[in-house]
Design a protein around this ligand. Structure first.
Ligand code: ZN
Ligand code: FE
Ligand code: FE
Ligand code: ZN
Length: 288
């Protein structure tokens, strides 16, 4: 089954490792797993350290960042496929104070921007979950406002899991979603950023990739770039659901995926569907 001769899955630009305290393995393990499934390039994008204890239980510490760089370097020298240096950085109000200078100082290939928490009371040290017993409408509005602000910072290259709250609360109907999400998509487009098809949704409760197909279509209409990410927290999850993701991308009108180096990008034609390749197995439910 290894597809070494006929590599045809797009790069996996969303992978984690043990430093975030809720994932296994190191970048080299993810690179090896990628080769086994025909993913020809990966980015290590572990959760970004912060200097204010924001979500400290779910990320490397600042002191561990050097170890992260070393582990990516090890993967690069031992793996025949490219391993990009990336990071998944949370957006929250006030994050620029630390993040802008810190991102500048390191030679990242790509920076994922994520809204994982909504903090209704503005205390960065008290991130609130996306469910939080609020009116779902209020959560969706606030969430996409934050995503728009994320784009406005110009700190990030790709918005990760664009409709993440659907893991916890139902998506609004399409006309309402359109109303809430289009301003954010316009600002992502204005920032020249990409979004990702994140296949972790297939193994999360919604059983649907992030983002939902309507969002993908509206992103395509705005010529927003596209990357693919498994959000793997175990090496065996690399490239998970990418056949499904490719189908979703094509159905939304996408013909290219975005490849990155040193924060610059090119859009590369999507691989053609392989007639003899089995469809993705249905993954089991997974906490991460
Ligand atoms: Zn994680
Ligand atoms: Fe995330
Ligand atoms: Fe992630
Ligand atoms: Zn993630």
């Amino acid at each position: 089954m290894p597809a070494m001769d006929h590599p045809r899955l797009p790069p996996d630009y969303h992978t984690h490792n043990h430093l975030c305290k809720h994932a296994d393995g190191e970048p080299l393990d993810y690179a090896r797993a990628a080769m086994d499934v025909g993913v020809l390039e990966i980015a290590a994008t572990d959760h970004c350290p912060t200097d204010d204890r924001y979500g400290a239980d779910h990320r490397m510490s600042l002191e561990q960042f050097e170890a992260y760089l070393d582990s990516v370097e090890r993967a690069r020298s031992a793996s025949p496929i490219p391993v990009l240096l990336g990071i998944e950085a949370d957006y929250y109000r006030g994050c620029e104070r630390f993040l802008s200078g810190w991102i500048e100082r390191h030679s990242f290939d790509l920076v994922l921007g994520s809204v994982h928490f909504l903090n209704f009371w503005g205390h960065p040290s008290e991130p609130r979950g996306l469910s939080d017993q609020r009116d779902p409408n209020e959560i969706w509005e606030l969430y996409f406002q934050r995503v728009a602000e994320l784009a406005d910072t110009r700190l990030y290259d790709v918005v990760a899991h664009l409709d993440l709250p659907k893991r916890f609360i139902p998506l609004p109907d399409e006309s309402r979603l359109r109303e809430i999400a289009l301003p954010a998509l316009d600002r992502i487009a204005a920032a020249g950023m990409a979004i990702e098809i994140n296949t972790a949704g297939l193994r999360h409760a919604p059983r649907e990739a992030y983002p939902t197909s309507a969002l993908l279509r509206w992103a395509r209409e705005r010529e927003i770039g596209l990357t693919f990410g498994s959000d793997a927290h175990q090496p065996a999850r690399v490239g998970d659901g990418f056949e499904t993701a490719l189908r979703l991308a094509r159905e939304a009108g996408y013909t290219t995926s975005r490849h990155m180096r040193q924060r610059a990008h090119v859009n590369v034609p999507l691989p053609q569907p392989a007639p003899n390749r089995p469809p993705d197995a249905v993954p089991s439910l997974n906490l991460w």
